[in-house]
Ligand binder design. Structure first.
Ligand SMILES: *Cc1c(COP(=O)(O)O)cnc(C)c1O
Length: 398
C-alpha cells in the first residue's frame, strides 16, 4: 500500500482522548487549515482587499479546487466547479437535466435518499408544474423502476442512513438505454470510495466537501457536468458568475463556457481556503488505498461488535462491496447509546428512528481506534450505562 496512513493522521488536529468516527458527517480539522484560513483573512483579505480577487487568484479558486476534487471522483479535467451548498447543487443539476429531456416528466429517486435532495426535487416539481412528478421507490427497487417515461434518475450513491451503495455504472447504463439522464449525489462517496464518473458515463454529479473531504462546517459543494453535456446544459440558477462575461454586466444572461455556467454567485473564499489546505492532503492519496483500508477498518468493527454486542443489529450491507465507508447499527435506544459513547470519547452520530452511524476514515482512523471503540461500545452495552435520562434528552443536532 503506497499511502502512509500514519503520516496522514499527523496532518489532522484531533483532540486528545477522542476516537472520531463521524468524519462522514463533518470531517476534522486539517492542521494546515487554520493557518491557511488565517493567511487568507489577514494576508489576502486584510492586505489586498478587493484586488485579491485577481492577485490572490480568488476568482479561479472554484475551478482549481474542482480539478483537485475531480481527480478523486474520476472526473475529466475542467468538469467540476465549487460553490453554494449541496442542496442548491442538487436543484441545479436536476433542473438542467430535466431541461435536456423536455419530452419527459418523471424524476425517479429512492426512499433512502437524503431528505433534502427529495425536498429540492419536490420544490422544483412544484415550480415547474406541467405534470412533472417525483417518484420514489425502495433502494433495491430502483433498477426495475427505470422505464421509458423516465426523464431523470436522481440518486445518492451511498445511503446516508445504511451505507448501502448503488451500482453506479449499472444504473447509468440502464437509465441511458431508456433515454434518461442520471444525477448522482456523491455526498458519502467523494473521499470515501472509488468513483469513476467518466468511466461510468455519468451525466451530472454533485457532492459536499465538509464530510469526507474535511473542508469544515459549511464548506462549499461541487457539481460535475459530463463534457458532452457541458455546453448544452442550461443553468436554472443563472447567476452572474455563471455568465459568459460577468464583468460586461449585460442585461441578458448568456451561459459561460462549460462548467463555468454552473457557478452562481460570489464564492465563499474563506471556506475555500480551508478546503484548499485539506486538498493538499488528498492530492497525495490513492483512492484504492483509502478503499482497501476503509474496508479493513469497517470489517474489524463489524466483527468486534457482533462478537460482543448481541442486541445491536447490523443495518449496513454485510458485503463491503455493497457498502460505502460507514457502518450502521440498529437499536431502539440508539440515541441514548450514542450519547453514552460520546461521553466516553467515541464520537459517531444517530439517525432517526434507530440508527447508530460510524464513519471509517483511513486518513486519521487507526485499527487501534476501532478496537478501542468496539471495547467501549461493548462495555456500554454490557453495563447498560446508556440507560440514563440525560442520554435520552435529544439535542438539536443528533
Ligand atoms: C449531507 C447531505 C446533504 C446536505 O446538504 P447541504 O445543502 O450541504 O446541507 C444533502 N444531500 C445528501 C445526500 C447528504 O448526504
Amino acid at each position: 500500500m503506497a499511502t502512509d496512513f500514519a503520516a496522514t493522521r499527523e496532518m489532522f488536529d484531533l483532540p486528545e482522548g477522542v476516537i472520531y468516527l463521524d468524519g462522514n458527517s463533518l470531517g476534522p480539522l486539517p492542521c494546515a487549515a487554520a493557518a491557511r484560513v488565517a493567511d487568507c483573512v489577514t494576508g489576502e483579505w486584510g492586505k489586498m482587499l478587493i484586488t485579491a480577487w485577481n492577485r490572490a487568484g480568488w476568482m479561479d479558486l472554484p475551478r482549481r479546487l474542482g480539478d483537485r476534487i475531480g481527480r478523486l471522483i474520476g472526473a475529466e479535467k475542467g468538469t467540476v466547479v465549487l460553490g453554494d451548498t449541496l442542496s442548491i447543487k442538487v436543484y441545479q443539476a436536476l433542473a438542467s437535466a430535466l431541461e435536456l429531456r423536455p419530452d419527459r416528466r418523471v424524476i425517479l429517486s429512492d426512499t433512502g435518499n437524503f431528505p433534502s435532495d427529495l425536498y429540492m426535487a419536490d420544490g422544483l416539481v412544484r415550480t415547474l408544474g406541467q405534470g412533472y412528478e417525483l417518484r420514489t421507490v425502495a433502494p433495491e427497487a430502483v433498477e426495475d423502476a427505470i422505464g421509458p417515461d423516465l426523464a431523470v434518475l436522481m440518486l445518492t450513491e451511498v445511503d446516508y442512513r445504511t451505507g448501502r451503495k448503488h451500482d453506479m455504472a449499472r444504473l447509468i447504463a440502464k437509465a441511458h438505454a431508456t433515454g434518461a439522464l442520471v444525477v448522482w449525489d456523491l455526498a458519502h462517496s467523494a473521499g470515501a470510495i472509488e468513483v469513476d464518473l467518466a468511466g461510468a458515463g455519468a451525466d451530472f454529479a454533485v457532492g459536499c466537501t465538509y464530510k469526507y473531504l474535511n473542508s469544515g462546517p459549511g464548506g462549499p459543494a461541487f457539481i460535475y457536468v459530463a463534457p458532452h453535456l457541458a455546453e448544452k446544459a442550461r443553468p436554472a440558477l443563472s447567476g452572474w458568475l455563471g455568465h459568459d462575461a460577468p464583468f460586461a454586466f449585460d442585461l441578458d444572461y448568456r451561459p459561460g463556457a462549460g462548467i463555468e455556467r454552473m457557478r452562481v454567485g460570489t464564492p465563499p473564499i474563506l471556506q475555500m481556503a480551508a478546503l484548499d489546505a485539506s486538498m493538499d492532503i488528498w492530492d497525495r492519496i490513492d483512492m484504492a488505498d483509502i478503499r482497501a483500508r476503509s474496508i479493513a477498518l469497517s470489517q474489524a468493527f463489524i466483527r468486534g461488535v457482533e462478537a460482543t454486542c448481541p442486541t445491536l443489529a447490523l443495518a449496513s450491507p454485510r458485503d463491503p462491496a455493497g457498502r460505502g465507508s460507514q457502518v450502521s447499527l440498529r437499536h431502539p435506544e440508539g440515541y441514548a447509546i450514542m450519547q453514552a459513547l460520546i461521553a466516553r470519547g467515541v464520537i459517531g452520530d444517530f439517525r432517526a428512528p434507530d440508527i447508530l452511524r460510524f464513519g471509517f476514515t483511513p486518513l486519521y482512523t487507526t485499527m487501534e481506534d476501532v478496537e478501542e471503540a468496539t471495547a467501549i461500545l461493548a462495555d456500554i452495552m454490557a453495563t447498560a450505562s446508556w440507560d440514563r435520562p440525560d442520554f435520552r434528552t435529544r439535542a438539536k443536532v443528533t
